[in-house]
Every structure is written in C-alpha cells, then in structure tokens.
Design a protein around this ligand. Structure first.
Ligand code: NAD
Ligand code: MG
Length: 347
C-alpha cells in the first residue's frame, strides 16, 4: 500500500499537450474551442475535436474523433499506455467546481479507461480518491497518479485482485483508515473475455468473471454500507450488454444484467437509510478492456460505429455522469441506470 499524498488545497491545474494547446481554458467534458485539433496524437492522450459551431455548441457526432483502431491485442489486463490510439480520460479538459469537496471515494478499476476518467473528475471536484486495480496495471496507475498529484487531494493506491476475497474485504477498511470515512463507492472494475461458443467457455472463466464483476460488487457494497453515512452513494458500472447481449460475451453480459438488478434491489434497501445506489451503463467506449481479448480483434476497427452517433465513446464522456450520481444534485435519483452509450435503444 502506498502512503496517500496529502496536499493543502484543491487546484485545477493548467495543462498543455504536445500540440502546445492549453486545454485548461476550455473546461467541461466536451470542450468547445475552435476546430483545430481533430486527429489523435500517437503515443499521447487522445484530444477531443474542436468542432465549434456557435454559442458553445459541440456536435456530439464529432466531439471526439471517429476512431478506426488498427487490429491489436494485449494480454489481460490491457494497459491504457499501449492502446492505439490512446483513450481520452479528460485530463486536459475536466474542470472541477468543488461538487465533491471533502468527500472520500473508493473506485475499482481506477487505473485506466472509465475508472481513470472518474478518478480524475472526482479529484478535480475535490474528493480524496482510493484507487483499486490489478498489480500488473501499475504503469497506468502511476500515470494517473501524476495527473491526480496536481489536484491537491489525498490519493491512496490499493493494488490487488478482486477475485481474491482476502484482498477485496480489506478495501473499505483501508480507505477508512487513510481518509477517515467513505462517502462514494464506485464498483467499476470489470472482466470481459470474448468466447465465440459456449462449448469453449471454461468453468474458470465463468467463475472469474462473476467473481470480479458481481461478487466483488456485492462484497464492497456490503462493507461500504456498514460504514456509510446518509448522503453517501454507491455507483455500479453495468453495460448496454445487460439488455443487449453479444453472443460472444455470454458470461460478461450476464454479470452486467445481475449488476443492474442488484442496483435496484440494494437501492430499495439502502434508500430508507439515506444511501443512494445507482448504475451507469456505458455503450462502446474505447478502453484497454476491448483489445485485451474483450472483442475479436477484427471487430475493433469499427468499434462503436453502430451507435446513433456513429462513433465509439471516450472515457472522458462517462465521468460527468458519475460525478452527477455522486453529488447532491442527484439527491432524488435511486435505483436508476443512466445509459451513456452514443445512442442505442434501452428498456
Ligand atoms: P478498463 O480495462 O480500463 O477497466 C477495467 C478495469 O477492471 C481494469 O483497469 C482493472 O483494474 C479492473 N479489473 C479487471 N479484472 C480485475 C481483477 N481481477 N481484480 C481487480 N481489478 C480488475 O476498461 P473500462 O472499459 O474502462 O472498464 C470499466 C468498466 O466499464 C467495466 O466494468 C466494464 O465492464 C464497463 N464497461 C465498459 C464498456 C466499454 O466499451 N469499454 C462498455 C460497457 C461497460
Ligand atoms: Mg486497467
């Protein structure tokens, strides 16, 4: 366990990337500057398009580039650092306004993808963040740490395997020990391995997928509910797969349906105690989950092209939804699943 970094104040630092552009002037998840930076930068973060129309309008079809990633494969878990093109997690644009100031958050799968975007946004909103991830993802976690370092909040690293009961049952306790409280739990870690035929689906994979996606979500929610005070929130990451399962993701899609159902049941149980439970259901988002056996490699080149917006989403486009569900602004929303999917029919 790495000792948390402590700083005096929450800041919103200026960032410039290799283009020389100062992204910090733009603010928000969807920046609205001039249309000058369309293409992604190889090896660096994936900057959003600047398709300014007027009055701050941003066209959601082109707010971020339509990517056609080359066929690629990484061992599981994938690294953000090896994604081609890189994913965009809001590091140059997310601007906080103190909406989570003084709160303490535990985020699983926080090293990369959606979890990393949420960690950046939460920290810039003033929350202390505990980051859980697999030890093999340390290089990504170090990269996120550098971004968080400038926010001035406390950061706690909790590497380990969520399938390991003895590890996951320490997470809430360690967060409490470091921060003195837990107000936000984000169950975001996910295991997704594509298998074409149920005949090839091993018992081990089924059990591991359920252990990471479902059992850990149950266990962490239980441990969090024991210590959370009224006003606290639990946010679970489910998926479009919960309602619209891909045939090659039988185990994964089933876990996401379970998470949706769990979210509604637990919300009914904890609502009377003043703790709100909700879920976010992403559609196709460009993250390391996909090229690390999450999809057949040949499907990556057109990943997300079948949404109504015609492109994959970027992790940065998810973070504001988690901030909203964690903040007081969503005080009357419980047991809800917010779909952030670029347009697809949902129940
Ligand atoms: P990601 O690979 O960046 O994040 C997934 C994280 O899960 C990993 O970083 C890892 O830290 C964690 N994880 C996996 N196995 C683990 C284990 N055994 N122990 C501990 N942690 C483990 O990908 P992402 O797409 O940002 O995924 C975040 C969540 O979003 C997942 O729950 C995923 O199912 C969900 N989701 C993603 C998409 C998408 O298109 N990317 C769509 C719908 C839902
Ligand atoms: Mg990761």
């Amino acid at each position: 366990m790495t000792a948390p970094h402590e700083h005096d104040s929450v800041s919103d630092p200026a960032h410039s990337d290799e283009t020389g552009h100062d992204w910090s002037d733009e603010g928000g998840a969807l920046p609205d500057g001039p249309a000058t930076l369309g293409a992604h930068t190889r090896g660096g973060p994936h900057p959003p398009n600047r398709n300014h129309v007027h009055g701050g309008l941003v066209d959601p079809r082109t707010a971020f580039p339509k990517i056609e990633p080359p066929e690629q494969q990484q061992p599981e878990p994938g690294l953000d650092q090896k994604l081609e093109p890189r994913a965009y997690r809001g590091e140059h644009t997310y601007r906080g306004s103190g909406r989570l100031r003084g709160r303490n958050a535990l985020i699983t799968g926080a090293d990369s993808g959606i979890g990393a975007a949420v960690a950046i946004a939460f920290a810039r909103e003033g929350a202390n963040v505990a980051l859980a991830y697999l030890p093999a993802e340390q290089p990504d976690a170090v990269e996120i740490d550098k971004i968080l370092d400038e926010t001035g909040v406390k950061v706690l690293h909790l590497p380990g395997d969520l399938a390991d009961v003895s590890y996951r049952n320490t997470l809430v306790h360690k967060t409490l020990g470091a921060f003195g409280g837990l107000d936000i739990l984000v169950n975001n870690a996910g295991k997704q391995l594509s298998v074409e035929d149920i005949d090839e689906l091993s018992d081990e994979q089924i059990e591991q997928t359920f252990a990471v996606n479902v059992f850990a979500t149950f266990a962490l929610s239980r441990d969090a509910a024991r210590v959370m005070e009224p006003g606290s929130t639990i946010i679970n990451t489910t998926s479009i797969q919960a309602y619209s399962p891909s045939p090659h993701l039988l185990d994964y899609a089933s876990t996401k349906a379970a998470i949706n159902n769990f979210t509604k049941g637990l919300a009914a149980q904890l609502g009377p105690k003043g703790i709100r439970v909700n879920a976010v259901a992403p559609g196709p988002i460009w993250t390391p989950l996909q090229p690390s056996h999450g999809q057949p490699p040949e499907k990556l080149t057109s990943f997300g092209h079948d949404t109504w917006l015609g492109r994959a989403g970027q992790p940065a486009e998810l973070a504001p939804t988690y901030v909203f569900l964690a903040s007081n602004e969503s005080s009357y929303i419980l047991g809800e699943t917010l779909n952030v999917n670029g347009g697809r029919a949902t129940p």
